[in-house]
Design a protein around this ligand. Structure first.
Ligand code: FE2
Length: 429
């Protein structure tokens, strides 16, 4: 007995005409023709059904605060950090919860059902930690929220940050964060990486650091992160977020660094929308793009996920929880325009991101949780091209969001009246 059958789906791997049978919140069968009786039917009409979108890097404590207490005039990372520092004393738990909950609504509407969010632990009140732990519980039925203890102002540079971070972990935060490039010296940056990796090893937790988010080619904390990962046996549990200095590094050095990262089993997270706007700000021309070396990391065997990082906050004034927008920017900035490249960018906001976050039971195979999204698209590349409408979002076998298909009415003589930006299906020749 099935609770739901999705009919005639196209899957991201290219299989067409597939039915997906769901019972008790799990995918039970994925086959060309599911004949089991009962349950609700959802007609995919040949369109793409994908596992849900995953945002590997976000800041839910700052989101939707754009303009508070003022806008970022220069648009730089450093003014954003200063602005966040101005806002922090005025934060209330109620406002933090309201904004985070509103963003999670946007996320579900966009088929984004898992988010790894950093949470700033430098305010000793830990208001944001309390607020996001509360939000994590509230959204659990429909969204997986992982929290990273993030010492925004520096683990060693900000008084009390280490103790606050430990308290945040004691309260239930899931992942150890860091920001070595923002410490006072390179040596202190390396020391912060060592301390944080040792803390993660003691507690059996993953690590996800903002690492080398800089245009400085000598910002090389990722090599310390790789080294500590191996020393402490943390392989497969450690992620470097941003890694933008790799864009500016000498190629010879990178030829040593990439295998070092792969040996350590590191993962990488790029944040295309933010990296392309915040990096290269001190350049005149030529102006660097700043995003880390995505195709080269992938070729070296390092998984690369994409994150949205920011939406309407001190660092970024735009965004609407659309991971297809993130992936589309990523493929442009990294020039990943081949079919394989575009599919890797789609994976960076779906399957690869789920792998980096260690999400259990994620996917479209029997036994996985029945979480998926019906898109108004023929395949992943078409979804990227059209920023496809999320026709239906399913969580645990229940529909949690629907959006009508995008359609425009044309008023032109001798042309079709309705278009949805699907290419015409013409015959041979
Ligand atoms: Fe970030």
């Amino acid at each position: 007995m099935l609770d739901m059958v999705v009919r005639n789906a196209t899957l991201p791997d290219g299989r067409k005409g597939i039915d997906i049978g769901v019972a008790d919140g799990r995918i039970r069968v994925v086959d060309a023709k599911v004949t089991a009786p009962g349950g609700r039917e959802l007609d995919a009409a040949g369109q793409l059904v994908t596992p849900p979108f995953v945002d590997a890097h976000f800041h839910l404590d700052a989101t939707l605060s754009y303009g508070l207490p003022r806008v970022n005039r220069s648009g730089t990372l450093l003014e954003g950090i200063a602005l966040w520092g101005e806002l922090k004393p005025h934060l209330t738990q109620e406002a933090l919860v309201d904004r985070a909950m509103a963003y999670c609504d946007w996320a579900v509407a966009r088929g984004l059902l898992a988010i790894r969010s950093h949470v700033d632990v430098c305010d000793p009140r830990l208001l944001a930690v309390e607020a996001l732990l509360h939000v994590r519980d509230r959204v659990r039925p429909y969204l997986d929220l992982q929290l990273v203890a993030f010492p925004q102002d520096g683990l060693l540079r900000s008084p009390g940050a280490y103790d606050n971070l430990v308290r945040a972990l004691d309260m239930g935060v899931d992942v150890v964060g860091g920001i070595p490039h923002f410490e006072r010296t390179t040596a202190e940056g390396a020391e912060s990486v060592r301390k944080l990796c040792e803390l993660a090893a003691e507690r059996g937790l993953p690590v996800d650091m903002h690492c080398d988010e800089s245009d400085d080619p000598h910002s090389r904390h990722v090599e310390v992160l790789a080294c500590e990962t191996q020393r402490l046996g943390l392989q497969g549990r450690v992620t470097g977020s941003h890694l933008t200095s790799m864009h500016s590094m000498d190629n010879y050095y990178v030829s040593k660094l990439l295998p070092l990262m792969a040996e350590a089993g590191l993962s990488a997270i790029a944040n295309p929308l933010i990296n392309i706007t915040l990096q290269g700000r001190h350049d005149t021309y030529p102006k660097r793009r700043g995003m880390t070396r995505v195709p080269e990391l992938l070729a070296a065997g390092v998984p690369v996920a994409f994150g949205h990082d920011c939406v309407m906050d001190p660092w970024y004034s735009l965004g609407s929880a659309d991971m297809l927008e993130v992936a589309a920017m990523g493929l442009h900035v990294a020039q990943m325009t081949s079919q394989d490249g575009m599919r890797a960018c789609f994976a960076a906001v779906t399957t690869t991101a789920a792998q980096v976050l260690g999400l259990p039971d994620y996917g479209l195979t029997p036994g996985c949780r029945a979480d998926f999204v019906l898109l108004q698209a023929q395949d992943p590349v078409d979804a990227l091209r059209r920023r496809a409408t999320r026709l239906a979002v399913v969580r645990n076998g229940q529909i949690v969001a629907t959006t009508p298909p995008a359609s425009t009415t044309l008023h032109l003589a001798d042309r079709p009246s309705a278009i949805d930006f699907a290419p015409p299906r013409s015959g041979p020749g």
